[in-house]
Ligand binder design. Structure first.
Ligand code: SAM
Length: 269
């Protein structure tokens, strides 16, 4: 899969590419990431990328000409002819649709993703109209630029690609993940690292030492009873989701056992 990032701060990404899973995915040629300096698509002495806003007001706006030239230099199909099942041009924007794990899943099926990083007051809206098929926000807050958003999108998307994570189950069975049908049908199989979050948050994880500063690892995890471990993990995932992200429960896949457990938690509170 190929990612192209259009930015006025290309050096921002060098540390991001140089570490961990992203670095390994690049080295193993599972992904290709190209960063494009927007100023290379300007034609004046000062390499101007911004201008004052029409209608007055604060700050500056990124001009449309260099961004359109940058997008067109990438050999990606014009918006009207674009195969949206293969390619996407994304504008990073606080006004965008919220980027979630399910958007990451959709992007991970594409061959190519282009991200346009805004700065200042944002990007001339005609870039959105002419070139972009998605406008994405990484959360309900305003950042000073789209670079962090582009890094978030590349990271969350590329780790869903086959072969990127050492253990395929790591991305399938974690927070916001699909349910683990395999485990539900075969409760005597060895527990995987998670048990199908099914839209819930992940359960808490522990490693050695067995006791740390007076806090012991829950007995059930050392007991080796896989069915009990599965139930314990599921209940902790339900508990954590109810506590931190009750909104997720609306869309989660819940068994009658899950619903009963949640009911008990709510009446106890
Ligand atoms: N005037 C804009 C508004 O109020 O929505 C904010 C512009 S912001 C200072 C500059 C750039 O940062 C935006 O063009 C966008 O590319 C990026 N940005 C800011 N917040 C973002 C968010 N939540 N998600 C993605 N990108 C964001």
């Amino acid at each position: 899969m190929r990612f192209d990032i259009i930015t006025i701060f290309p050096e921002f990404f060098s540390s991001f590419f140089g570490h961990g899973v992203v670095k390994r995915a690049i080295t193993n040629q599972l992904i290709d990431i190209k960063v494009h300096d927007l100023r290379n698509f300007t034609h004046d002495r000062h390499r101007t990328v911004d201008d004052r806003p029409y209608g007055g007001g604060e700050g500056m706006v990124l001009k449309p000409e260099p961004i359109m030239e940058a997008v067109e230099s990438l050999g990606i199909a014009p918006k009207n002819d674009r195969d949206f099942a293969r390619e996407s041009v994304i504008l990073l924007s606080a006004q965008g649709v919220k980027f979630t794990q399910s958007v990451a899943r959709a992007l991970s099926t594409l061959d190519r993703v282009v991200t346009i990083c805004g700065r200042y007051e944002g990007v001339d809206e005609r870039v959105n109209d002419l070139a972009c098929d998605r406008e994405l926000s990484i959360g309900d807050y305003v950042l000073s630029g789209g670079e962090l958003g582009a890094a978030v999108i590349v990271d969350a998307t590329m780790r869903l690609l086959p072969g990127v994570l050492g253990n395929e189950a790591s991305s399938a069975f974690e927070s916001f993940g699909h349910p683990d049908e395999h485990f539900a049908e075969n409760s005597d199989v060895t527990p995987r690292s998670t048990h199908g979050a099914g839209g819930l948050l992940d359960y808490p994880h522990y490693t050695r030492p067995a006791e740390f500063r007076g806090l012991a690892v829950p007995d059930v995890l050392a007991g080796g009873n896989h069915d009990q471990i599965r139930r314990w993990r599921r209940e902790r995932a339900l508990e954590k989701t109810l506590r931190n992200r009750p909104d997720l429960l609306e869309e989660s896949e819940l068994s009658s056992e899950d619903r009963l457990f949640l009911q008990r938690l709510k009446t106890r509170a």
